[in-house]
Design a protein around this ligand. Sequence first.
Ligand code: FMN
Length: 260
Amino acid sequence: MSTNIIYCYSGTGNCLDMAKNIARILGDTDIVMMRSYPAVTETRGAKRVGFVFPCFGGGAPTDVLSYARFIHIEPDTYTFAVSQSASYAGTGLAELNKIHPLNYWKAVTHQCSCIWLFPHTVMMPPMTPKQAQKRSEKLAAEIGEEIMAMVKTGKEPPRNALNAAENKGWPMIAKKKAEGFRVSDKCIGCGQCEKLCPRGNIRLENGKPVFGTNCIQCLGCLQFCPTGAISLGSITDKREHYHNPNVKAADLMEKIIHVD
Ligand SMILES: Cc1cc2nc3c(=O)[nH]c(=O)nc-3n(C[C@H](O)[C@H](O)[C@H](O)COP(=O)(O)O)c2cc1C
């Protein structure tokens, strides 16, 4: 058992990059991926247990909260969570706090990965992708130091009623939206999207991906596609694709990443 455990959900790598940067400050950390059911759910013996996840549709990705319920954390363990979003953290931290009371929490903004809605360069506060990445790394170092010192936030995460309503309807929107996935003749049939999909929603038929509607909208398939062959509405063909510059699709397929 490592001294620290970070449960991480990430669609396009921003949260995995944040988790790794925090882990580098803490040392001896297992980053347990939550894209599918986590490989470790027993945390007894760990000193610090935390979560790093994005905001999807006003709250945490639904699988984060579902899987969190199966994770056992001893009452005297220090707990923390970091939520990344393009502009607002939504209800994710507050909902997680109900499952695992959080000693420390932080909301951080990074680039928008929901490119059917906005170009990836749109974030609050406005800044270039390079600046956003630099800021995220600086914040991760500060957050890491605070978690190392086991700082307590001292108040509960906010819960905005509008975000709560948005998040309630999100699974339906994600399902409906998934009907729009298309693949162009740029597809080389590499099968990365099939392997990367956390919901098993993509299968290769005659060497080309076919999409179902069991989609959480992480958009990893589209954003990491090596030939840009996947689209979700014509707008996504026109917009520059984005994934975190330090994260590869293969990193997101790992079950546990250990950082010394
Ligand atoms: C489908 C989808 C929905 C999103 N919804 C929100 C949202 O409601 N509010 C927000 O501020 N950002 C939203 N975002 C932006 C992400 O939270 C942000 O880009 C985050 O850094 C992505 O982290 P990741 O790269 O680890 O997946 C959304 C992104 C996606 C893909």
